[in-house]
Design a protein around this ligand. Structure first.
Ligand code: SAH
Length: 196
C-alpha cells in the first residue's frame, strides 16, 4: 500500500506498559547514546541554560547528562515505572504532583528542579502545559510512534519549538519488509515531508 509495509502497524499503550513491566526494554541504553555525545554541539550550538525536550523519554540517561551540564530537561513518557526507575537509578530525589490540565496526568520533578518528567501520552501535551523548547533529543521517539500518528506527532513537536531551537533526530535504516517494528523505518524523504 501507499503507507508501506509498516503503515498499518499499531503498538498500543498497553503493549508499551507491558514491555516495561516485563523488562523487555532492549531499546534502553545504559551508557547513553554515542550519537548525542558526537553531535552535542549541534544541539547546544554554543548556548547555555537551555530548555531541552525528550519526547517518549523512557529512562534515557542522556536526561541526566544534560541536566548535569546546567540545562533544564523536560520529558514525557506513558510508563510511570520508567520515570521512577530513572530517578532511583540516578539516586535523584523527586516529588510528584498532578497536572491539572491533563486528566490522570502526573509530573515527576527532581528536587533540584531541573528535570521534569510528565507521565501521560505525548498527545496530551501542548505548549500551554509545557512551554516551548530550545532543543529536542529525539531518539526512539519518532521511530516509536505508530506510522499513522507521525504527522500529528511532527506537528506537535513543531508547535513545541522556540524559533531558534535545534532538533537532533535519530532514525534507523533497514528493510521494512523484514522487520515489523518498532523501531519503525522512517526514511529521510519522510523526515523532510514531515518537518519541511
Ligand atoms: N527515548 C527512549 C525510549 C524509547 S522507547 C530511549 O531512547 O531510551 C519508546 C518509549 O515511548 C517507551 O518507553 C514507551 O513507553 C513510550 N511511549 C510510547 N507511546 C507513548 C506516548 N504516546 N506518549 C508517551 N510515551 C510513549
Amino acid at each position: 500500500s501507499d503507507a508501506g509495509p509498516q503503515g498499518g502497524r499499531v503498538v498500543t499503550e498497553e503493549e508499551w506498559l507491558q514491555k516495561w513491566e516485563t523488562g523487555n526494554i532492549r531499546f534502553h541504553k545504559e551508557q547513553g547514546h554515542p550519537l548525542l555525545q558526537k553531535h552535542l554541539d549541534v544541539l547546544l550550538n554554543g548556548r547555555s541554560g537551555l530548555r531541552i525536550f525528550f519526547p517518549l523519554c523512557g529512562k534515557a540517561v542522556e536526561m541526566k547528562w544534560l541536566a548535569d551540564m546546567g540545562h533544564s530537561v523536560v520529558g514525557v513518557e506513558i510508563s510511570e515505572q520508567a520515570l521512577k526507575e530513572f530517578f532511583s537509578e540516578h539516586g535523584l530525589p523527586y516529588c510528584e504532583e498532578p497536572v491539572p490540565e491533563i486528566s490522570g496526568g502526573k509530573m515527576f520533578q527532581s528536587i533540584s528542579g531541573n528535570i521534569s518528567l510528565y507521565c501521560c501520552s505525548i498527545y496530551d501535551l501542548s505548549s500551554s502545559v509545557v512551554g516551548k523548547f530550545d532543543g529536542v533529543w529525539d531518539r526512539g521517539a519518532l521511530v516509536a510512534v505508530n506510522p499513522r500518528d507521525r504527522q500529528r506527532y511532527a506537528s506537535l513537536m513543531t508547535s513545541l519549538m522556540e524559533k531558534n531551537s535545534s532538533y537532533l533526530l535519530v532514525t534507523v535504516s533497514y528493510d521494512p519488509n523484514k522487520h515489523k517494528g518498532p523501531p519503525f523505518y522512517v526514511p529521510e524523504s519522510e523526515v523532510k515531508s514531515l518537518f519541511g
